[in-house]
Design a protein around this ligand. Structure first.
Ligand SMILES: [Zn+2]
Length: 370
């Protein structure tokens, strides 16, 4: 099932959407950051409240988008709104991303980009009015260290204390979704035409090399959290302007706010372009993001949301966990094209036909610094 947009909005044009995403990133990625307790944090909070209002969200609970909580003497604020669906008796969908920054710097990719995409998805859902279920937009506080995976982490507090008892039907979480993908150079050396070039660029690191045919890659973990998601990911395997690579969450652990949903058996997807050389650095600035790629991710998430909306996701027995090897392997082959076999050969893996093969392949990539 796909969304056919019958209502027209400027956001239905990719160039307009890219501009709108950039505007939101600039509104969030302040020069001095938005660490918890900082002035920037308060300014961004205000900005987000205004945006949710403009988009036409309702507060998720009470009469404010701000869901505050105290933890260890510190005050935190999750910002949560809802776009009402056609059937409000159904469990809502949730889209989430954190807005705090790790250092006093813009942190554009981490995580202003994801917040901007979440706002755009919600805005499109409001315009299209195509979802049966409510769509909850949860902009979490305190994802970054020293709060990461602690009681203070915004998504943990939301799930345990602020979420309504009905829970959520499924969750989609994003982190680090604004940049072009870089690829470990040592594997690219195996690709014809790339290897010789690598050697000719003085000072070029073997890591973090931007390869045009892989720059639009997007990783998705969590497909394995429910078999309903396997068919959704299979149907949406070639989104325009993106290469989507599903992989197991356990290969990379709970890198972000999806952890609490995973631990509680909620079907979830986690989208990320992975770490890059500007990760947690002052150089993670708005000018380094790819807004066209972000626009493509926005449309892709809209499609996923529309399908998650109608997909039954019963959570009984062991069926909720699915083997996704076939999907992972076929996407990998499609994405790497002719380089697929060469890269495998370089890694000493004849083919990817078992889970062990895939685990070895991913292990080699992670070892190389991906
Ligand atoms: Zn971070």
């Amino acid at each position: 099932m796909t969304t056919t947009c019958n209502t027209s909005s400027p956001l239905h044009r990719k160039s307009k959407l890219a501009k709108s995403l950039e505007r939101d990133v600039l509104g969030i990625a302040l020069e001095h950051g938005r660490r918890v307790g900082s002035e920037g944090h308060t300014i961004v909070e205000e900005y987000l409240l205004e945006r949710l209002e403009q988009i036409g969200c309702e507060p998720y609970a009470g009469d404010s988008f701000c869901l505050t909580y105290m933890q260890d003497g510190e005050l935190f604020t999750n910002i949560v709104g809802v776009i009402p669906g056609q059937d409000r008796s159904k469990k809502p969908l949730l889209i989430g991303a954190h807005y705090d920054s790790v250092i006093d710097a813009p942190c554009a990719d981490d995580n202003a980009a994801a917040v901007a995409i979440a706002l755009a998805v919600v805005e499109l859902a409001a315009v299209n009015a195509n979802l049966e279920r409510d769509l909850v937009v949860a902009i979490f506080d305190a994802e970054e260290p020293p709060y990461f995976q602690t009681e203070s982490m915004g998504s943990n507090r939301f799930y345990e204390d602020q979420m309504k008892s009905e829970g959520v039907h499924a969750a989609l979480i994003m982190d680090l979704v604004g940049h072009d993908l870089c690829f470990p150079g040592e594997f690219l050396a195996a690709v014809p035409g790339v290897g010789p070039v690598l050697g000719k660029i003085p000072g070029l690191s073997k890591k973090d090399i931007n390869v045009p045919f892989l720059s639009d890659l997007l990783f998705v973990t969590g497909t394995e959290s429910h078999r309903g998601l396997v068919s959704i990911m299979g149907e949406n395997n070639s989104p325009k302007g993106l290469k989507v690579l599903p992989t197991l969450n356990r290969y990379v652990d709970d890198m972000s706010d999806h952890g609490i949903f995973r631990k509680n058996g909620v079907p979830y997807l986690f989208l990320s372009c992975g770490r890059w050389q500007h990760y947690h650095m002052p150089t993670d600035t708005p000018d380094r993001l790819n807004y066209k790629k972000m626009a493509a991710i926005t449309y892709y998430v809209c499609e996923l949301m529309a399908d998650m909306d109608t997909q039954e996701m019963d959570r009984t027995g062991t069926e909720q966990f699915s083997e996704t090897l076939e999907l992972e392997a076929s996407q990998l082959k499609k994405i790497l094209g002719p380089a697929h076999n060469m890269i495998l050969k370089r890694m000493g893996i004849p083919s990817i036909s078992t889970r062990d093969d895939m685990t070895r392949f991913v292990g080699s990539l992670l070892e190389a610094g991906m």
